[in-house]
Design a protein around this ligand. Structure first.
Ligand SMILES: [Mg+2]
Length: 242
């Protein structure tokens, strides 16, 4: 593959810029407590995951779909013999999630500020439109992005489209994210560079078992090092820079 210089940066949001999965884990814990009469935690948790997976094509990603999946699981495991108060509690937990404060991950603001001076930054996130807009506003980071793409699914064609519209095409784009399945693999497939910044908590749905080796893939523990990675790519490709 011909190495080209990076001109546009894409960033995932949830668990790349701010905490997200921890709120889902916490709520799932409360949900399992609520349903303790209907099964052990491991069984209930895998039932919930099966429902969530089944519902992704129907409801998409995000908190509202999660709430509906908790209700559906509760009805299933109780054979419909559910106290109304359980449904009320699930709704309350969902409302609490939709109001949670946005907690930036370490070094995010400083890193984005430095990068924004030199490159157009595009936020590329999937999930619920309303909630993602709320979190972006609350993060205080919105001004650092030249554009925001809230998409229903992150596929190779998503990245090809976004980097073509917001930059100079996928081969000059670089995507930064915590999810191999959503941020890294499809971006590489589209021809972009990708920096995987793993997060301690990643939803089972986003897991990939096999290790990925790719000439355009970088794995980095700290988001602040993205700057160095781009410098290195661009030093090696200066002759090809258009
Ligand atoms: Mg993410």
């Amino acid at each position: 593959m011909v190495q080209t210089a990076v001109t546009t940066l894409g960033f995932d949001a949830d668990d790349t810029l701010w905490q997200n999965e921890q709120f889902f884990r916490y709520t799932e814990g409360r949900f399992l407590d609520l349903l303790a009469d209907f099964g052990d935690r491991a069984t209930l948790s895998s039932r919930l995951f099966a429902v969530e997976k089944r519902n992704v094509p129907v409801y998409g990603f995000g908190i509202k779909g999660f709430v509906l999946s908790m209700m559906e699981t509760a009805l299933e495991v109780s054979d419909g013999r559910l106290d109304q108060s359980v449904i009320a509690s699930i709704l309350t937990m969902g409302r609490e999630m939709l109001g949670h404060p946005v907690e930036l991950l370490p070094d995010v603001r400083e890193t984005l500020e430095r990068l924004a001076d030199r490159y157009p930054l595009v936020l590329i996130t999937k999930g619920d439109l309303f909630d993602q807009e709320r979190k972006l506003a609350a993060s205080g980071l919105a001004d650092l992005f030249t554009s925001v793409e809230i998409v229903s699914e992150k596929s190779a064609s998503t990245y090809a489209r976004v980097f073509a519209a917001r930059g100079d095409g996928a081969d000059k784009g670089l995507m930064v994210g915590n999810s191999l399945r959503s941020d890294i693999l499809p971006a590489l497939e589209a021809g972009a560079y990708a920096v995987h910044v793993p997060h301690d908590l990643t939803w089972t749905y986003e897991h990939i078992d096999e290790p990925i080796v790719h000439p355009r893939l970088f794995i980095e523990q700290y988001i602040r090092n993205v700057l160095e990675i781009i410098d290195k790519i661009n030093e090696n490709t200066d002759g090809l820079r258009l």
